[in-house]
Every structure is written in C-alpha cells, then in structure tokens.
Design a protein around this ligand. Sequence first.
Ligand code: GSH
Length: 254
Amino acid sequence: MIDVHYWPTPNGWKVTIMLEECGLDYRIRPVDIGGGDQFKPEFLRISPNNRMPAIVDHQPLGGGGPVSLFESGAILEYLADKSGQFLPKSGPERYRVLQWVHWQMANLGPMMGNANHFKNYAKNITGDPAQLEYGTKRFVGEVDRLSGVMDAQLSVNPFLAGGAYSIADIISWPWAMLMDRLIDEDVWEGFPNLKRWVDEVGARPAVDKGFHVGRDLPKQDLTEEEKNARRDLLFNQTNEKVRKAREEAVRAAA
Ligand SMILES: N[C@@H](CCC(=O)N[C@@H](CS)C(=O)NCC(=O)O)C(=O)O
C-alpha cells in the first residue's frame, strides 16, 4: 500500500494520475495546505520542503522498511521503476523521457505557478499595480514561451518525449491543461498541437480518474477572514517558520 500525502492541485494530480495509470494500490492522506498541515511535524519528517505531494511506500521497490519520497518528479520516476511502466528501463530512451520530466519540474510547473500567483492571488496581497504588472508580464511571458516549446515538440511527436506515452506526459498534463484558465480561453488557437495532446491525454480513463481524486477535500464557503489567514499562511513563509517546525519534527522523532 502507498500513502499519498495529497491535496487536489496540479502537483498532487500528477501522482494520483500516475498511480491510476500503473494500477497500484494507494490511500489518500490529506494535507490541507491552506490550513497549515504542511508544517505538521509528521508531514515534515516525510517532506522537509513543506510541500505536497509526498508518498510513503510500505512495500517498497527492493524490499525493506517503508520508503518516503517528496518532489513529484522523483515520485513519478520511482513509481515508473516500481511498476515497470511509462519509463524505459535504460538507454537513451530513458534519458529522453527524464529530460522532459526535469524540464517540467524546472520550467512549466514553477512558471505557471508564479503566473497563477500574479494573475489570481497577488491583487489581494499588494495594492501596487506596478508590482502586479511586472510579475504578470514576466511569468505569463514565460508560460507563453514554454507553450511554444511544447507545441513545436508535439507538432512532430505524438507525445512529449517522442514515441510513447510516458511520465513526461503524466507530469506535464496537469499544468498544461490549465493554460486556458491562466492565459485566456482562446489560447489554444495559437497552440493547436498542444491542444491536440491535452485532449488526447485527458481522454485516458486513468487520467480522468486521477484528476478527480479528492475533489470533496477543499473547504468551501470560507469567510473573508479565513481566506486572508490562508493567504497569509501560504504566501508569507520564512526560513524561521520552517526551521522551527522542522526542529519540532526532529525532536518529536527522537
Ligand atoms: N516541486 C514540487 C512542488 C510542490 C508544490 O509546490 N506544492 C504546493 C501545492 S501545488 C504546496 O504544497 N504548497 C504548500 C505551501 O506553499 O506551503 C513538486 O513538484 O512536488
């Protein structure tokens, strides 16, 4: 059994989609990131970067005691090796897939996350239009560039890493499919190959199932005060806060 420390966001969906694709047994351990669960000692012991997703595999690859992992790229690589699916075992084909996995982790995810922050959240935090304008232009510009990179790749390949559906597609889809919500609904006109791939991957039953896991988890009907507290928790993190929580986690484990 694999415990998935999870909240329904693009980075969380990568893992539930992969588990559904592989047919591995898992159970959800909710991490309410607006409510501060990511700072709890038991979670920090698994994920020292106070971010979900993370997994604990109680029957790990190679045997032995439970294995815990954080960072969605490492998790998908591990699950691919465990199940023997969606990542070639060796040779150039393996690295062709892994380069796109690293591309997603270092480019598409962070740039879309920041674009989303400036377009949808920052206006509730800063009243300074200049800050909003620069941040939005910088990160939406990068998302536009990255969409062009994917569209060009998908104009000559059915899937991101070349021939076969792989963890490169699984890790990129949950962010790429949000492009029309982040940029605008006409964005697909400029990226027809990306749109073709978003639709094809989205039509896979395992993708649909993984994408809907935990839809009932987020708290609805929050008051304005509760919303502000959640924003403050997510967007005002400091090294002191993380260090203190980590020290508590280490003390509790001793
Ligand atoms: N690079 C990480 C990113 C994970 C990440 O940013 N997770 C967000 C939710 S999508 C989170 O846990 N945020 C909690 C916080 O900001 O405190 C991965 O791909 O696993």
